[in-house]
Design a protein around this ligand. Structure first.
Ligand SMILES: NC(=O)c1ccc[n+]([C@@H]2O[C@H](COP(=O)([O-])OP(=O)(O)OC[C@H]3O[C@@H](n4cnc5c(N)ncnc54)[C@H](OP(=O)(O)O)[C@@H]3O)[C@@H](O)[C@H]2O)c1
Length: 309
């Protein structure tokens, strides 16, 4: 089982002198130790930046080198900038296969905290799907596996817990991305021991903050946030608008950074996983994990702003 000890040591001890010497080939975590990201602990990796990335839709079916090139550059940029968390799933078309290929081509598997999911209707199907995930991702260790949208929950949780006990995965979680499932989701959080939950949350979609996010904090569960831009809805709402003056108070230089800083400043300290398929999005999105985050008063102002549009 990968423990990340080597990289933690590198990050903590060796990074500064190497970086000072201008070395360009440091492991990602060494760079992030230098880059001043806001981080949170994630089982089993330790501290990770509060912004990662997701692979739904844009990684589902590249065909030509023209399709692959920006995705490869994106993954390389994530590693270069010390990005850690990458979320994928068997239900995202060929995304697991594509991620496996891109990590192999760029030699970046060890740079990432790899999160995938199981979405199956019975134990046997779940087992086969999990084996296929290892194969497609070209790895013998997946950092986090979650039961996708609570599907066939009991069987799949048992499968994932066995895999964790065997040291093949590092953490077990559950995901959802729609409000009608929140009551059931919260009930599972109350009765099960989970390392991490994933839920939808965005400046204009704040229902998860009513119960799910406080419950995660109370139960000591890490949180990942899917749909942080509402699949682009927030960009449409603010299209053509200048950033408000208060964006400067938190060092946000783009709308993406405004939206992400709102999410990661929630007291549950969630990790946002925006869908990221271009290298310049990596710079933009990971940039949001650096520097000042909004306090409670500014968070309220941000909510009032978006509600007024
Ligand atoms: N139930 C579940 O488990 C579940 C459900 C949904 C999603 N997820 C996970 O959550 C991830 C995020 O969700 P999502 O990708 O659907 O939606 P999203 O993150 O809300 O939006 C992604 C879109 O935002 C745009 N974008 C990203 N960075 C940007 C930037 N810096 N500036 C401007 N535009 C930017 C891109 O659009 P363009 O490419 O058009 O430029 C991208 O496709 C998924 O990839 C997936 O891993 C999980």
């Amino acid at each position: 089982m990968r423990t990340f000890d080597r990289r933690d040591i590198l990050a903590g001890i060796a990074a500064a002198p190497l970086l000072t010497a201008g070395a360009g080939l440091l492991p990602g975590s060494a760079v992030f130790a230098q880059a001043g990201y806001n981080t949170r602990p994630l089982v089993p990796a330790g501290e990770v930046p509060l912004v990662g990335m997701g692979t739904a839709r844009n990684y589902e079916n590249p065909q030509t080198e023209e399709d692959y090139a920006p995705l490869r550059a994106t993954i390389q940029r994530m590693a270069d900038l010390g990005g850690r968390v990458i979320d994928t799933a068997p239900s995202y078309g060929r995304a697991e296969e594509v991620m496996g290929r891109l990590m192999a081509e760029t030699g970046t598997r060890d740079s990432f905290y790899l999160a995938s999911k199981v979405g199956a209707s019975n134990a046997e199907e779940g087992r086969a799907q999990l084996e296929r995930s290892f194969e497609l991702l070209q790895t013998d260790f997946i950092d986090l596996m979650a039961v996708h949208n609570l599907r066939d929950l009991d069987n799949q949780l048992a499968l994932l817990r066995d895999a964790k006990a065997a040291g093949r995965i590092g953490a077990v979680g559950i995901t959802t991305s729609f409000k009608p499932q929140y009551d059931e989701f919260a009930a599972v959080m109350e009765r099960e021991e989970l390392d991490c939950i994933q839920v939808d949350y965005a400046l204009d979609n704040r229902s998860a903050a009513d119960r799910i996010l406080p419950l995660a904090a109370e139960r000591g569960m890490a949180v990942m946030i899917n749909l942080p831009f509402g699949r682009g809805r927030l960009f449409s709402a603010t299209e053509g608008m200048d950033l408000p003056d208060w964006a400067r108070e938190i060092g946000a230089e783009t709308w993406a950074q405004v939206f992400l800083k709102y999410i990661i400043s929630h007291p549950a300290r969630p990790i946002a996983i925006p869908g990221t398929d271009k290298p310049h999005y990596v710079d933009d999105n990971l940039g949001a994990a650096r520097g000042t985050l909004p306090d409670a008063a500014l968070r309220t102002r941000m909510e009032q702003f978006i509600d007024s549009l």
